[in-house]
Design a protein around this ligand. Structure first.
Ligand code: RUB
Length: 275
């Protein structure tokens, strides 16, 4: 069994990425802790550290809060099962959103957005083409492009700077989310600019994000990541220069067309009631 330090380091250093995968990784460690030691001090310490590892992605926070109040291994198992199957449950709605011959642009790497797009192709037989934005600074869009290519869906990888160039040629934006808050959709830094570009070009923006991503925390923090993630791509000495590297931004609700979760397709007005 890994130590708490190792698991926290793995999460911080992107051994796992995407809100659901982070939660699954954290939950499976917490299950081991609880099986060995129960839900006492060790569990509480581990929970606290894991919540801080990637503070913006709310799924792990929500799951930990549920487990802390239930104090049952079966609750952990059922959360793991939910997170493993939620993508499939949402994907059935792709038929109603993704028309044949759609050109879709996506951002970063979201397991939920991936399931949604792949389901439209594989199960509903829609012809598609996908644009994956590279997503600086960690280039997680390359993972997306590879995953889409493995399905033999035509895919083009673009630099984030090229969004304005391509936006008029696409039919829709499909992205995931780290947290759904009353201020808007929290997702990888740059998502809000993509949504803004889509709005200016009158293209719809769909967010695929399960209900464990609803974020009612009062204290909310956009994670700032190490400057080295940015510096490494510049290869230059930068004395006296402050570097900021926020990992996420917030897309305001007025730039979102629909939210899709395991219960269906929602307008932002309908969804606002849940927040
Ligand atoms: C990944 C990211 C993803 C969401 C949703 O950020 O922004 O779009 O987490 O992913 P990071 P999923 O790489 O910093 O974790 O749908 O897999 O939960």
């Amino acid at each position: 069994m890994k130590t708490l330090d190792q698991v926290t380091k793995d999460i911080k250093e992107f051994k796992v990425q995407g809100a659901n995968q982070i939660a699954l990784y954290g939950l499976s460690f917490l299950k081991d802790v609880a099986v060995k030691n129960g839900f006492g001090d060790k569990f509480k310490t581990a929970s606290r550290h894991l919540k801080q590892a990637r503070p913006t992605a709310v799924v792990l926070h929500n799951c930990i809060d549920i487990v802390k109040s239930d104090r049952k291994i079966t609750t952990i198992d059922s959360l793991i099962d939910t997170l493993n199957t939620v993508g499939k449950r949402e994907a059935v709605y792709s038929d109603r959103i993704i028309a044949n011959n759609s050109k879709i642009i996506t951002y970063c790497h979201s397991g939920e957005a991936m399931s949604f797009i792949k389901h439209a192709w594989k199960t509903h037989g829609k012809k598609l083409a996908v644009i994956a934005c590279k997503t600086d600074p960690l280039e997680q869009g390359i993972t997306t492009a590879r995953e889409i290519a493995r399905e033999r869906i035509p895919v083009t990888l673009i630099d984030d700077n090229a969004i304005g160039f391509f936006i008029k040629s696409i039919d829709m934006v499909v992205v995931g989310a780290d947290a759904l808050r009353k201020e808007g959709v929290v997702n990888k830094i740059g998502t809000s600019l993509l949504a803004q570009a889509a709005n200016s070009a009158s293209k719809p923006v769909y967010v695929v994000a399960n209900s464990l991503k609803i974020d009612k925390r009062k204290k909310f923090k956009i994670e700032e990541r190490p400057a080295t993630e940015i510096k490494k791509s510049i290869h230059a000495r930068m004395y006296g220069i402050k570097i900021r590297n926020p990992a996420f931004d917030i897309t305001p609700w007025e730039h979102v067309t629909n939210i899709v979760n395991e219960n269906g397709i929602f307008t932002t007005k309908q969804f606002a009631r849940l927040l």
